[in-house]
Design a protein around this ligand. Sequence first.
Ligand code: NAP
Ligand code: GFB
Length: 319
Amino acid sequence: MQNILVTGGTGMVGTVLKQYLNYNESVDNFYFISSADYDLTDMKQVEECFTERKYDKIIHLAALVGGLYKNMNNNSLMLMKNLKINANIIEACHKYNINRGIFCLSSCIYPKEPSKFPMTEEQLCESEPHESNEGYAYAKRMLAMLCKHYNTDYGREYICVSPVNLYGAYDNFSISDGHVIPGLINRMYKTKNKIAPYDTEEFEVYGSGIARRQFLFAPNFCAVILQFLYNKNIKNGIYNICDDNEYTIKQIVSLIAKILDFNESRIIYNKKYSDGIIKKTVSNKNLKELIPNLKFTNIEKGLTLTYEWFIQNLNDIRE
Ligand code: NAP
Ligand code: GFB
């Protein structure tokens, strides 16, 4: 029986992982922490966390996370907070002899003008990321560098998983800070039900709608994290986590409108809002070689389950 520390245990992925483990018996003890337990930007508190008990493995999910507009307006905060969290965690993992762990990157940290699409893991640092999330991107790139060099210098097994845009239950439905799927579901629901200030005739989508994104249902990502944690053949490296599909924002808007039974003729696109990066397609070739029969939830089913959770938890959603 091993002790496994899960940082970011109260976020979307952390909470879905906890649920996943409840459903699927686990041989180990998982300890889920949040910023209320330990502020990981403060090394003193990180030390307290790592001396509370002996941990054998770690799943490092904690980060200051946000959608396009939160990143665009807070690059310095996203850089500083995430740099401190990631450096403190790696330093503590090594100091307290945690030899193996899963560390979370993101597809938005890849180059904005890559040499080729879909982007493979080797292209991660071939040029600078998109300016809209530069702070967050460099803090995650530094996490990847820390894992790479602690693996090389000290024989650690710090493995990086790099998911695409995640969504699902327990997401952050904040209209200003959240990602596109929870943002659209929350605002379209409010417009449909005439809830001020979104009780408008027209429903405004931010941007032109032409941007393309890959989406991954959070429970699918949790299944991959656990497979990587226990797969002894995987000892280091970076792995993109995504299925084969990519959608325009227009397609996502239309899918969400169908699920909410919202009249699409009321939808307009406001190009005053940034689209962010137009395309950031990553390859899942390495993932499929590692786990050939990986199952992914299709977007229609994932969005429907997310909306059903939203409706059932309206009073408790993060927004
Ligand atoms: P989330 O819902 O925003 O949760 C973030 C978690 O990190 C929360 O548990 C939060 O604790 C914790 N945290 C934040 N700052 C902290 C601090 N200073 N000290 C301690 N804990 C802190 O994020 P998520 O969507 O689950 O993301 C999980 C991981 O996936 C992150 O590493 C993120 O970068 C990565 N990722 C997310 C997406 C996406 O689309 N959501 C896409 C790619 C990669 P509190 O609850 O106490 O605040
Ligand atoms: O999900 P999102 O905020 O993040 O935006 P990114 C995706 C796309 O949706 C952009 C459009 O092209 C937006 O213009 N969009 C349309 C909306 N309506 C909305 C809305 O109501 N809310 C939001 N948020 N977008 C993030 C990175 O980029 O990807 C983060 O900034 C993180 O660091 C995340 O990595 C996964 O995909 O543009």
